[in-house]
Every structure is written in structure tokens, then in C-alpha cells.
Design a protein around this ligand. Structure first.
Ligand code: FMN
Length: 183
């Protein structure tokens, strides 16, 4: 038997990531869970932001953002950036995070985070409580400790996923490789 739960619950994992927005001097950090890859080619990411967030005006002005992907050890930074507003504090300073120049956009990357994805907004959709920003990926940075020769080694990085209002870490054991069932 299945039990029906509240339809707002949608019990499926989402990434928990910290997005940087705004130019170097005014840049802010916000934690988002409504984040996904939505198109293969060109690579396009989707993020959703409530207009009430301080970050909203920054993305509206510049039309660029960086998805900074944390390791599981950075869970406190994730929670901090999702529970305080940049209207009142400088989250970079409070958390002693370092701004690193991006390659293709004006928004800085978080140096201490293992993966950074630079995006340029190509479309905005206003839907219900959130504004959805579709961003074309302009560059992807990965700390060298997670690279094996030239490829990302996913077994070296445990990320954070948001599920049922809790942070979980991804297990680095590979269950199977894509396409294994064809053999
Ligand atoms: C795990 C987590 C996920 C969140 N996901 C989103 C999201 O997808 N969209 C959103 O607008 N706010 C989201 N928030 C809330 C914002 O991060 C929070 O309101 C933040 O303090 C806003 O910062 P700002 O005012 O500096 O922009 C999330 C918070 C947490 C803790």
C-alpha cells in the first residue's frame, strides 16, 4: 500500500549549492536547491529565485551567475548562505571565503569550493513564487585534486544533496556505469 503525502513535499533529491551573483564589489552568496541541468547541447542550467531575495536584484542587473558546488565538509557554509541575507551582512567576509576571477563572466567564483560553473542568463521565466533563470554554461572549473589526468573522478568528491529539508552527502561508491544494462 502507498500513503499519499503533502504534494508540496516532492521527495526527490536536489543539489544544495551556493550561487554567487553580482559584480566583484557587490557580489553576494545564496544557497539554492531548485537547481538542475536542463539541456544537453548547449549545456544549460536552471536556477529558481524568489524575487524577495537580495540576490534577485543582482541577477536581474548582471544576468550572470556562478554555481559553486560544495564538498560535504562545506555544509555549514551552505546552511549559512541559505539562512542570512546579503542585505544585512557580507557573507564572503563572515565566512572568510576567497573571491576568484571567473573566466568568461564578471561574477567571482568561490575559490574554496571544489567545482564552479559559470553561467550567462539566456532566458527568464516567471512562475508562481519563483523566477527561473536558464543559464548557458560558459566555463566549468574543478580543483585538480578531483581530476585524474584530464577527467573528473567522481569517486573523489562527496557532494551535498537536499532531501526532506535535510542535508545528505552523496556516497562516492559507484553503483553502476550508465548503459551497464545493455550488456
Ligand atoms: C537548502 C536551502 C535551499 C534553498 N533553496 C532556495 C531556492 O532554490 N530558491 C530561493 O529563492 N531560495 C532558496 N533558499 C533560501 C535562500 O537561500 C535564503 O532565503 C537566503 O538567505 C537568501 O539570501 P539573500 O537575501 O542574500 O539573497 C534555500 C535555502 C536553503 C537553506
Amino acid at each position: 500500500m502507498k500513503i499519499q503525502i503533502n504534494k508540496n513535499t516532492t521527495p526527490i533529491v536536489s543539489p544544495a549549492v551556493v550561487i554567487s551573483m553580482g559584480k566583484w564589489e557587490e557580489t553576494n552568496l545564496i544557497t539554492l536547491a531548485w537547481v538542475a541541468r536542463v539541456v544537453s547541447s548547449p549545456p544549460i542550467m536552471s536556477i529558481s529565485i524568489r524575487p524577495s531575495r537580495h540576490s534577485h536584484q543582482l541577477i536581474e542587473t548582471l544576468g550572470e551567475y556562478v554555481i559553486n558546488v560544495p564538498s560535504k565538509e562545506q555544509v555549514e557554509v551552505v546552511d549559512f548562505c541559505g539562512t542570512r541575507s546579503g542585505k544585512k551582512i557580507d557573507k564572503w567576509k563572515e565566512l572568510q571565503l576567497t573571491k576568484q576571477k571567473a573566466l568568461k563572466i564578471q561574477v567571482p567564483l568561490i575559490k574554496e569550493f571544489p567545482i564552479n560553473i559559470e553561467c550567462k542568463v539566456i532566458k527568464k521565466i516567471m512562475l508562481g513564487t519563483h523566477h527561473i533563470y536558464l543559464g548557458e554554461v560558459m566555463a566549468v572549473h574543478v580543483d585538480e585534486e578531483f581530476i585524474d589526468e584530464t577527467e573528473l573522478d567522481s569517486t573523489r568528491l562527496s557532494q551535498i544533496v537536499y532531501f526532506d529539508r535535510k542535508y545528505h552527502s552523496t556516497n562516492t561508491n559507484i553503483l553502476q556505469r550508465q548503459g551497464f544494462s545493455l550488456k
